[in-house]
Design a protein around this ligand. Structure first.
Ligand code: NAD
Ligand code: WQD
Length: 343
C-alpha cells in the first residue's frame, strides 16, 4: 500500500486508474485543473470504490501550487502523470499551447519530485510515437523505431520521453516507466465513470456511441481503400479498465524495486488489430442498435494499420489485456446510455 499522486486523475484513463489503485489498497491524491474533466468524476469514483480520493484542483504547470501539494502530502511514493492536452487536430491549430501544457507540466513535476524526494514516475505515452511501422515491425514492439511525429501532440509525447530519459541519466535516483498506449476505449462496467468527449468526438468509439444514441446523424468511416483485408484502417483497441490495471502493475513493480532498467518502456495493447468496419459491425451485433454510416474519403494524417506486440508487458509486468471486445463495446454503450438517460 502506498500513496500515489495521479495527475489528470479526473480524466478518462486517470479516473479508471484511480479506481484500480484504490481497489488495490493504495491511497491516491489527484491533481487536475479540470480543463478537460469535471468534479463529478470524483462522485463516480467514490460510487465505484466506496471512498473518495483526495483531490487538489491545481495546474501541473503551477510551480508553487505543485510544491504545496508535495509539501502537504509528504507520503507520496510514486506519481502517475496523465495530465496533458490530447486532441491531435487542436494541437495542429495551437501548437504552442500543446508544447507549453504537455512539456512544462512534466518539467515542473520532475523538478518538484526531485525537490521532495519522490523517485518513481509512470508516464502516459502513446503508440503515436511509432507512426506507421513498416511491415517487418508489425505487430509493433518497444524496439521499433520512433518516427517523425505527425502532429505537435505526437511530438510532445516524443519530447516528454526524451525529457524523462535525460533527467534519469542526470538523476540516478529517478525511476520511470513509460507506457505507450494503443487505442483506449470503453467505460467501467458499473457505468459510474467513462469518457466525456468535448464537443464533436474525433475518436471512433465516442462517435459510434453518440450516433447509436441519436446525438449524431451518421458515422463517417474514413476510407475503405487501404491495404487491409476490408479496406478500413486497423488499430489495437484496448479496454480502459485493462489499461488502468497495467498502471497498478507498473507502480507496484517500481515500488518493489524489481525494475531492471532505470527507464522501462512497455507497449500496452491487446496484440490484436481490428478494422473500423469490424468495430462497427461488432458494436451493432452486441448492442442490437443500428449505427447509420457512410464511407467517405481518408482522414488526413491517418495511419493505415498499427497494433501492438504486448509480449514485454505480458511477461515482465505480468499483465494482459484480455477483456473480450464484445464486453468492451457494450461497456461503452452502457456509459453512453447513462449519459443520455436512455433506458
Ligand atoms: P483526458 O483529457 O480525459 O484526461 C487528462 C486530464 O488531465 C484531464 O482531466 C485534464 O483536465 C487534465 N489536465 C490537462 N492539463 C492539465 C494541467 N496542466 N494540469 C492539471 N491537469 C491537467 O485524457 P485521457 O484520454 O485520460 O488521457 C490521459 C493521458 O493519456 C494523456 O497524457 C494522453 O495524452 C495519454 N494518451 C491518451 C490516449 C487516448 O486515446 N485517450 C492514447 C494515448 C495516450
Ligand atoms: C481510429 C480509427 C479513423 C473517427 C488518435 C490519436 C492518437 C491516440 C489515439 C493519443 C481511424 C477511424 C475515426 C470517425 C472513423 N491518442 N475513424 N470515423 O486516429 O488511431 O488515434 O487517438 O495518444 O495519438 O491520433 O484514433 O479513434 O481517432 O481513429 O472512421 O469518426 O477510426 O480513421 O482509422 P487514432 P481514432
Amino acid at each position: 500500500m502506498a500513496r500515489i499522486l495521479v495527475t489528470g486523475g479526473t480524466g478518462y484513463i486517470g479516473s479508471h486508474t484511480v479506481v484500480e489503485l484504490m481497489q488495490h489498497g493504495h491511497e491516491v491524491v489527484i491533481v487536475d485543473n479540470l480543463s478537460n474533466s469535471n468534479k463529478e468524476m470524483l462522485d463516480g469514483i467514490a460510487a465505484v470504490v466506496g471512498k473518495r480520493p483526495d483531490f487538489e484542483q491545481v495546474d501541473c504547470n503551477d510551480i508553487s501550487a505543485m510544491c504545496d501539494v508535495m509539501n502537504h502530502y509528504t507520503d507520496i511514493e510514486a506519481v502517475i502523470h496523465f495530465a496533458a492536452s490530447k486532441a491531435v487536430g487542436e494541437s495542429v491549430e495551437q501548437p504552442l499551447m500543446y508544447y507549453r501544457n504537455n512539456l512544462m507540466s512534466l518539467v515542473t513535476l520532475l523538478e518538484q519530485m526531485k525537490a521532495h524526494n519522490v523517485h518513481n514516475i509512470v508516464f502516459s505515452s502513446s503508440c503515436t510515437v511509432y507512426g506507421q511501422p513498416s511491415s517487418e515491425h508489425l505487430p509493433v514492439d518497444e524496439k521499433a523505431p520512433i518516427q517523425v511525429a505527425l502532429s505537435p501532440y505526437g511530438n510532445t509525447k516524443q519530447i516528454n520521453e526524451e525529457i524523462i530519459r535525460d533527467e534519469a541519466y542526470a538523476n540516478a535516483a529517478l525511476h520511470a516507466t513509460i507506457l505507450r498506449y494503443f487505442n483506449p476505449i470503453g467505460a467501467h462496467p458499473t457505468a459510474m465513470i467513462g469518457e466525456l468527449p468535448n464537443g464533436v468526438p474525433n475518436n471512433l468509439l465516442p462517435f459510434v456511441t453518440q450516433t447509436a444514441a441519436g446525438v449524431r446523424r451518421q458515422l463517417k468511416v474514413y476510407g475503405d481503400d487501404y491495404n487491409t483485408p476490408d479496406g478500413s484502417c486497423i488499430r489495437d483497441y484496448i479496454y480502459v479498465v485493462d489499461l488502468a490495471k497495467a498502471h497498478v502493475k507498473a507502480v507496484e513493480r517500481m515500488l518493489s524495486g524489481k525494475t531492471e532498467e532505470q527507464v522501462e518502456v512497455f507497449n500496452l495493447g491487446t496484440g490484436r488489430g481490428l478494422s473500423v468496419l469490424e468495430i462497427l459491425r461488432t458494436f451493432i451485433q452486441v448492442t442490437g442498435v443500428d449505427v447509420p454510416y457512410e464511407i467517405v474519403g481518408r482522414r488526413e494524417g491517418d495511419i493505415e494499420q498499427v497494433w501492438a506486440k504486448p509480449d514485454k508487458a505480458n511477461n515482465v509486468l505480468g499483465w494482459k489485456a484480455d477483456t473480450p471486445i464484445e464486453d468492451v463495446l457494450l461497456s461503452a454503450w452502457n456509459w453512453e446510455k447513462k449519459l443520455r438517460g436512455i433506458e
